[in-house]
Design a protein around this ligand. Structure first.
Ligand code: AMP
Ligand code: MG
Length: 346
């Protein structure tokens, strides 16, 4: 068992009796939160729920998280994604979640002009981002691998999916956004009107806090990832961040290399942003956009965001500035040493 997992297990053992106490009270008082920690998709997750049916809602959500992990993980040999990646170009019958997500990824590939491309997996592997055995690939190797990268080569026919031999896909850019949406649906079915879900860098809120005020969500400072840089207030929205501090290594040459790949050259995307946060009602779209806008960068983000109504954005530039959209202006609190400015049309 890894150290991380064993620490988490220890935490569960000690906290379990406390949750037991909370459970007994919650059925009488909906102002008391029931909280649950889950470790899945390589991420510490926490769900905090207010409502008389909170415990049953959390049980169902937890099961759904593990089911989605089993279906969608690119590295688990029993997943749909593994089956597609190892089918030598043949059709694979997948479950409904997998086909919904692959269809959405292809659609978002088109909308983002290829910035989101779920076929970059062989390149991620080559850099070592799937195993932690990092190295800087040479140019010829990258070029050979890039010839297999093209989301338009994915075939979807109902629930049958196939990709060309040697191509490989991974849904890491969007699976957690979808998982958040699914948890939100489960909670609503249980009559929950107030909850906050945290899936690593993804936060999703149902309603407001029980006192009617918005949920305050902090966004990490990419330059000092142990600190927060700003706080925004949300109701019924997701706040989803992609950053160059989440998974990275420092090469022998002293340069930093991170896990979001530019499908144009197979290298970590370095187009002017070090962090991109997307805020909106649909977690899946926020998650696709956070990764895609990180890749598109300062010159191209505008063309993509203009396709979406009702979404807000916080960008951190590689010259240490925060820029954010007008819709956040009322609640945006800058707690970093960077300047923060609202993006204007001109
Ligand atoms: P996120 O944290 O949502 O930005 O997702 C990052 C993950 O998406 C990476 O760990 C990879 O699994 C995957 N990924 C990296 N680059 C891309 C890309 N250009 N298009 C689609 N998925 C990507
Ligand atoms: Mg994403």
């Amino acid at each position: 068992m890894s150290l991380r997992k064993s620490i988490l297990l220890t935490a569960f053992v000690f906290l379990a009796p406390l949750y037991g106490c909370a459970d007994n009270k919650i059925s009488e008082n909906t102002d008391i939160a029931v909280s649950r920690d889950v470790f899945a998709m390589d991420t510490y997750m926490n769900m905090k729920v207010y409502g008389s049916d909170a415990e049953a809602a959390l049980d169902e959500a937890e099961k759904r998280i593990y089911d989605l992990e089993n279906e969608l993980s690119a590295t688990s040999e029993t997943s749909d994604i593994w089956a597609i990646n190892n089918a030598d170009g043949k059709d694979v019958a997948v479950c409904a979640d997998t086909s919904v997500l692959i269809k959405k990824a292809v659609e978002m590939g088109d909308i983002t002009h290829g910035a989101l491309d779920i076929t970059v997996f062989p390149i991620l592997k080559e850099w070592g981002f799937t195993t932690g055995e990092y190295h800087i690939p040479d140019e010829t190797r990258l070029e050979a691998l890039l010839s297999k990268v093209d989301y338009r080569s994915i075939n979807i026919d109902g629930n049958n999916v196939s990709i060309p031999e040697d191509a490989k896909i991974d849904l890491g850019a969007l699976a957690k956004g979808y998982t958040g949406d699914e948890i939100v649906d489960i909670f609503r079915e249980h009559g929950i009107g107030s909850a906050i879900i945290s899936l690593g860098g993804n936060v999703q809120a149902i309603g407001s806090k029980p006192d009617g005020s918005g949920w305050k969500v902090a966004v990490r400072d990419p330059y000092y990832p142990e600190k927060d840089m700003c706080v925004v207030e949300i109701k019924d929205r997701a706040v989803i961040t992609s950053g160059n501090y989440e998974r990275f290594f420092i090469g022998d040459n002293g340069n930093k290399y991170w896990h979001i790949i530019d499908p144009d050259d197979g290298r970590p995307a370095d187009n002017g942003f070090v962090s991109v946060t997307v805020i909106g009602s649909n977690g899946l779209i926020c998650d696709c956009l956070s990764t895609a806008l990180f890749v598109a960068g300062r010159d191209k983000y505008d063309a993509i965001t203009s396709e979406f109504n009702g979404y807000d954005y916080i960008f951190v530039t590689d010259d240490e500035k925060i820029i954010y959209t007008e819709g956040l202006a009322d609640t945006f609190q800058n707690i970093s040493s960077m300047t923060a400015e609202v993006i204007t049309d001109d």
